[in-house]
Design a protein around this ligand. Structure first.
Ligand SMILES: NC(=O)c1ccc[n+]([C@@H]2O[C@H](COP(=O)([O-])OP(=O)(O)OC[C@H]3O[C@@H](n4cnc5c(N)ncnc54)[C@H](O)[C@@H]3O)[C@@H](O)[C@H]2O)c1
Length: 386
């Protein structure tokens, strides 16, 4: 029994994130299963309307997926009272003006991260949506992934005792583009085009750490541009002006020390492209995006430092895998479902524009720290991003 239809304007579906993660794997997957199941057993069907700059490209996507409505006229879509949610997957630099038009039209908002290029703009947006009383959410996909959900479950169970420290390792080798093409777009390596690993990844670390351990209170970051010259999509050599690695220490929540390495200049000797080791008084865990393993106090080995003897102990064997104990949907879809259920119930979504602003703030303060060579505070508590 379908009780309602939620109309969603999808702006930027020709892009990498907009097409695969948001349109195909989230909105269409929900639509094709008969809509979103609501807690009372009814379903809300989705009415997607594609918006973009190229009519031809929108038409191709619409035909491929049996979508009835698409337009290059954003204002016309915003004027349609049957469309409730405006979702934005544009290039970050094009986002703020588009969000402002949707705010003026009184739509609910859902946005890729970051909501804006500067903290001042992101904080303004957060204030504007709050003042206007608009339902709002920002993509925080990483915490919907199986590995981080397992970590949250461990934290909630009290497994760790008191959490002492976290060591996070994110990165992989991104080819320079000379003898093999680079696997990321060249603008990522130009600061003047909004590139840099801090701007790209620190908004993620902000909500991941806040969700798991509490607000980030201070940051010390050392950034580097390890590879000063790269080759772009046209085969032209260009100067890499943005940071391609960042080595950071965050003070988080109640005295948790987080060391986080983020780098596009490391070769992977890990099980996953990002891994976090959490050490607590009663136990430790190592989690990636999908898997996790734990070691409790009771089974912790007792190594003795002796450089004269090779150590035959297999430390890896002392860890136990954390089972799934459930099914994990695609992270983007899981958040879409939660956002839409919140919308249908008229309650706020927990990852809002204020949370997005705190992510941008962390990136800005990290760059400030790197430039000044000192630790920088973020202000008090979760309101710091406002
Ligand atoms: N959550 C994540 O893990 C994650 C990962 C990658 C990117 N992102 C974010 O998603 C957003 C999109 O990134 P992407 O990699 O899909 O980029 P993309 O370049 O593949 O897509 C950008 C989209 O914006 C449109 N666009 C570009 N310039 C425009 C303009 N001037 N006016 C209107 N539309 C314009 C393009 O047509 C395209 O539809 C970015 O804000 C990025 O930060 C998030």
């Amino acid at each position: 029994m379908t009780t309602q239809t939620i109309g969603i304007i999808l702006n930027g579906v020709t892009g990498r994130m907009g097409y695969r993660q948001h349109l195909v794997r989230s909105i269409l997957a929900i639509r094709d299963e008969g809509g979103l199941r609501l807690p009372d057993g009814s379903r809300a069907q989705l009415r997607p309307v594609l918006v973009g700059r190229s009519k031809d490209r929108l038409e191709q996507i619409a035909h491929r997926h049996g979508i009835a409505e698409y337009t290059t006229d954003l204002d016309a879509a915003l004027a349609d009272d049957g469309l409730h949610v405006y979702a934005d997957f544009l290039l970050t630099s094009a986002r703020v003006p588009a969000l402002r038009r949707a705010i003026a039209a009184g739509k609910a908002l859902y946005s890729e991260k970051p909501t804006a290029e500067t903290h001042a703009e992101a904080a303004d947006l957060a204030r504007e949506v709050e003042r206007a009383g608009l339902h709002n959410g920002v993509v925080h996909d990483k915490i919907y992934l199986p590995g981080l959900r397992k970590l949250k479950r461990l934290l909630d169970s009290g497994f760790f005792g008191r959490v002492l420290s976290v060591r996070g390792e994110f990165g992989y080798w991104v080819f320079e583009g000379d003898w093999q093409p680079a696997q990321r777009p060249s603008w990522n390596y130009r600061r003047e085009d909004g590139g840099g690993i801090v701007v790209d990844m620190f908004p993620h670390w902000s909500y991941v750490l806040e969700h798991l351990f509490g607000p980030v209170r201070t940051v010390y970051a050392h950034t580097a541009t390890h590879i000063p010259k790269r080759v772009d999509e046209q085969g032209r050599t260009y100067a890499a002006t943005a940071d391609d690695a960042a080595y950071a220490i965050f003070e988080v929540g109640r005295d948790v020390v987080v060391q986080m390495n983020s780098s596009w200049c490391v070769r992977v000797d890990r099980d996953e492209l990002v891994e976090f080791q959490v050490d607590g008084t009663r136990g430790s865990a190592v989690v990636g995006l999908f898997n996790g393993r734990v070691q409790s106090r009771e089974v912790t080995p007792r190594p003795v430092w002796n450089p004269d003897l090779a150590d035959a102990h297999d430390y890896r064997a002392d860890w136990a895998a954390v089972p799934d104990n459930g099914e994990f949907a695609n992270g983007f879809r899981a958040q879409w479902e939660e956002y839409l259920r919140d919308f249908a119930a008229g309650r706020p979504h927990r990852f809002d524009f204020a949370s997005a602003a705190r992510g941008v703030l962390l990136a800005e303060r990290a760059l400030e720290s790197a430039a000044a060579g000192r630790r920088v505070g973020l202000g008090e508590g979760p309101e710091a991003g406002r």
